[in-house]
Design a protein. Structure first.
Length: 572
């Protein structure tokens, strides 16, 4: 009769085969070889024939059997390992995998990737190792789980290599970062040097302008002292002094605006209408050979800023464009709402609602080595004594002091575009300010319909709202949200929706809710959306991601309160 072990392996002279032949089967629960269950024969044959490192735990005692490919993984555990209970062979890791083994004998399968296990590999103490392995239940002919079969490979060497490579990468990144810091310091020192060199030019320009103004004032005063001065001449000299004083005040204002020390007088006004009025002045200053084109939004768009300073900024940019075109070309002035300010001059992008005032010319453009310096207070391309070069400095200072910014895009020989960003304002209480420190953040039972296609973000929002005392329902898209409102609109106090979603986006959903369920307020949320950038918010309140839990609660409560007040006003 052929030995069953010979039928199970193509390597009858292997180390594992020798262990199986020398094993005391009579003392084992399995009995002699001719008494082996057929399922055990099949399972053992499968393990022994595999070229992958594999082992099997058999029966209630979880007797441990393995193949030749698995031998290197055993280390000092190899001697006497075959046929012993798994718990005894792998006593150092058994508790870490015990639950998974029990569940596998219960019929489940498991897969682990790069799992850390502490074990004694060579008798010198516990070390951390890493393994990728899978547990599969093995069933007999009756369908009962009688064994666990595992395919396992050790990943310790690979992971240690990856960790070493990662450490090298971190070290290199540190060196690169330090290099950037050193370069930034050198560039800053260079800029400071350039500014110091330009102080003389600035001083000469300011002195030139003020001396001209003082000459007019001093001369007019001397003439006023003449005893035989006629009344009409007296009036003329007084007017000259007053006009010159106004010009001096404007020059001082430009200096203060750049330094962000100008006492601005902000007011809420329609920026489109204001620019339209200023264009009349611009057309006069630029002359008839420059074609002027104006684009303003059809709807009113408001900003909170100093109107006179905005007029001055537009005029300064227009004069700069006129000079760049040498008095002949095309000047385009446009304004409209935008979502956020892009990254400018190494500053990060800024989220929020802004109004952009854009001036584009067809002039000579700005040289690459000058673009980064045109807003500096000490930089000008004009000759000494021909002006202070504070025009663009005033624009920069006004924009920054108004909590906005300005960007320049230029290509030498093809023209320049200046874009000034100012915070958008909402008159009549349309804006909801989020107070970071004051106000109740509790939900007080308000019910929120959360619309979010990302399950993780939606789960966070609903969990956060629950912690704060809100009730909430999660809809994964606009269609589900509308279905919830149709089912029971009165249940919800507010809808909180993401903007970018597949199918119906947040703006479209908000428009539908406004039309079909006008009693329910809407708050939108987005990290950045091209939909908002192209189309604006359409009057919806927007909470920018990432947001804090307190911010979320406050904006929802204030939106509900504002909406109730608005509804009462409409019904009154």
């Amino acid at each position: 009769m052929t030995d069953p072990l010979t039928l199970m392996t193509a390597k009858p002279d292997s180390e594992v085969q020798k262990m199986l032949r020398d094993f005391d089967w009579i003392a084992s629960p399995l009995g002699s070889r001719d008494q082996w269950p057929s399922a055990f024969r099949i399972g053992l044959s499968f393990v022994l024939a595999s070229c992958e490192p594999m082992w099997m735990a058999w029966g209630p005692d979880r007797l441990f059997f393995f193949n030749d490919a698995y031998v290197p993984h055993l280390g000092n555990k190899l001697t006497g390992a075959i046929g012993r209970p798994f718990e005894e062979v792998w006593s150092d890791v058994y508790e870490d995998v015990r639950e998974a083994i029990d569940d596998t004998f219960g019929g489940k399968a498991f897969r682990f990737v790069d799992r850390p296990l502490f074990m004694d590999r060579d008798g010198h103490g516990m070390v951390e190792t890493f393994w990728s392995f899978s547990f599969s239940p093995f069933r007999d002919e009756r369908g009962e789980v009688v064994a666990l079969i595992c395919v396992a490979t050790e990943q310790t060497t690979r992971i240690r290599h990856d960790e070493g490579h990662q450490a090298q990468t971190v070290a290199m990144e540190g060196e690169i970062t330090q290099g950037r810091v050193d370069l930034a310091k050198a560039e800053d020192q260079l800029r400071q040097s350039q500014k110091l060199e330009a102080v003389g030019q600035l001083t000469g320009g300011v002195a030139h302008d003020f001396n001209n103004l003082l000459t007019v004032i001093r001369g007019s005063v001397d003439l006023l002292r003449r005893p035989d001065l006629k009344p009409e001449r007296r009036t003329r000299y007084i007017d000259a002094i007053a006009d010159t004083a106004d010009r001096a005040a404007k020059l001082t204002g430009q200096l203060l605006a750049f330094a962000r020390r100008q006492a601005l007088k902000p007011e809420t006004f329609d920026v489109g209408a204001s620019i339209a009025e200023t264009v009349n002045i611009v057309q006069t200053l630029t002359g008839s050979r420059i074609e002027l084109e104006l684009h303003t939004p059809d709807e009113q768009v408001f900003v909170l800023a100093d109107r006179s300073q905005l007029d001055t900024a537009v005029v300064n940019m227009a004069i700069n464009a006129r000079d760049a075109m040498d008095g002949e070309g095309k000047l385009i002035i446009s304004t409209g709402p935008v979502s956020g300010i892009p990254a400018i001059r190494s500053h990060d992008a800024v989220a929020g609602d802004f109004v952009a005032v854009t001036i584009t010319d067809t002039g000579s453009g700005i040289a690459d080595d000058q673009v980064g310096r045109i807003f500096e207070p000490f930089f000008t391309t004009k000759a000494v004594g021909e002006g202070t070069g504070l025009g663009l400095s005033q624009v920069f200072g006004f924009a920054k002091q108004s909590n906005g910014d300005i960007r320049v895009e230029s290509k030498e020989g093809e023209g320049t575009t200046f874009t000034m960003y100012l915070p958008r304002a909402y008159p009549n209480g349309a804006s909801i300010e989020i107070d970071e420190e004051e106000g109740n953040v509790g939900g007080d039972g308000l019910c929120v319909l959360v619309v979010e296609d990302n399950a993780d973000v939606g789960g966070f929002a609903t969990a956060a709202l629950k912690e704060l005392g809100y009730d909430s329902v999660l809809a994964m898209n606009g269609k589900e949200a509308l279905a919830e409102l149709v089912k029971d609109c009165a249940r919800f106090h507010i809808v909180f929706s993401d903007v970018v979603m597949p199918g119906m986006n947040g703006l479209d959903l908000g428009a539908r809710i406004r039309e079909d369920f006008p009693t329910v307020p809407i708050v939108l949320t987005s990290g950045y959306s091209h939909v908002l950038a192209q189309n604006g918010k359409h009057g919806f309140e927007l909470l920018h991601k990432p947001y804090s839990v307190e911010q979320l609660s406050r904006v929802l409560r204030k939106a509900v309160a504002w909406h109730k007040k608005k509804r009462r006003s409409e019904l009154a």
